[in-house]
Design a protein around this ligand. Structure first.
Ligand SMILES: Nc1ncnc2c1ncn2[C@@H]1O[C@H](COP(=O)(O)OP(=O)(O)OP(=O)(O)O)[C@@H](O)[C@H]1O
Ligand SMILES: [Mg+2]
Length: 264
């Protein structure tokens, strides 16, 4: 869509700066941080052939939080794994910070993951025989620009638990450890697959408040897959997937703080 000066002036009057900056970038043709185009992925052959992503296109602005919702089996994790370079796509394009990642060699893909990404999963995926601190240190060592570990442990409320093993922690503490592990590398893009899926509503809220703080503090771009219908109210962008296709993709004009979300 073309924008002229009058429209921009109106934006200055009615919108905050974020929206204005977005429109200016749009006018200047500046790339979005994440651009997915016509992404396709299928599994199986013959009778068991199934097209899971049927030409998904979406983009996310740098520093935005984006929720991806959809019924079980709609392709959310497949999409997230594609963006995270964990799974090869059949065709289409995924550009992250202007760089194409589809078609990269395994070696280049692991460089991409190491340099850019943090992952948070529903079931934490912590290493059971490493302590909290050691689980986080594993990622600290492989990063070229890690965050201060002691600060991070403090921010996530893990200082007193740092020498415990995962089995000695509650679900919320384990998820905080997993988030610390993802954040210690200062990732530009944080991919969360149902980060609150295994947590009660109070702990879910704590985790979401934390993600919101991290997003504000570090401008980390975040993609959050969730079944929870409330989380979409705290993010900048909402995408609904249905049977491997995008049904809805909109910007959320009225964000609510994570602390004020209802029905978590
Ligand atoms: N490795 C695989 N081999 C075969 N089929 C797969 C594979 N991974 C996923 N699928 C299928 O692809 C479809 C989409 O799976 P996906 O995990 O992306 O769904 P989802 O939206 O994340 O669902 P949920 O909300 O239950 O996690 C499902 O029907 C699933 O069975
Ligand atoms: Mg899934």
């Amino acid at each position: 869509m073309a924008f002229n000066i009058t429209m921009l002036c109106n934006l200055v009057l009615v919108n905050d700066n974020t929206e204005l900056k977005r429109k200016i970038r749009e006018m200047e043709g500046e790339a979005m941080y994440l651009e997915v185009s016509n992404l396709k992925k299928s599994y199986g052959e013959g009778g068991s052939f199934m097209e899971v992503l049927k030409g998904v296109s979406m983009s996310v602005e740098k520093g935005d939080m984006c929720v991806i919702q959809g019924a079980s089996g709609s392709g959310k994790s497949t999409l997230l794994n594609g963006i995270g370079g964990l799974d090869r796509m059949d065709s289409g394009s995924i550009r992250v910070d202007g760089k194409e990642i589809c078609g990269l060699t395994q070696e280049k893909l692991s460089d991409y993951r190491r340099e850019n990404l943090g992952f948070v999963f529903q079931f934490y995926n912590l290493v059971p025989n490493l302590t909290v601190k050691e689980n986080i240190q594993v990622c600290e060592y492989i990063s070229g620009h890690p965050q201060n570990l002691a600060d991070l442990l403090y921010t996530l409320g893990l200082t007193e638990h740092q020498n415990k093993f995962p089995s000695q922690l509650s679900g919320g503490q384990q998820q905080r450890c997993a988030i610390a592990r993802a954040l210690v590398k200062n990732p530009k893009l944080l991919l969360c697959d149902e980060p609150t899926g295994a947590l009660d509503s109070r702990t879910s809220r704590d985790i979401l408040v934390l993600l919101e703080e991290v997003n504000r503090k570090y401008r980390t771009t975040m993609l959050i897959v969730t079944h929870n219908n409330s989380i979409k109210n705290m993010v900048d962008q909402v995408v609904f997937l249905k049977d491997g296709q995008i049904m809805e993709n909109y910007r959320n004009g009225k964000k609510v703080c994570a602390a004020e979300l209802e029905d978590l």
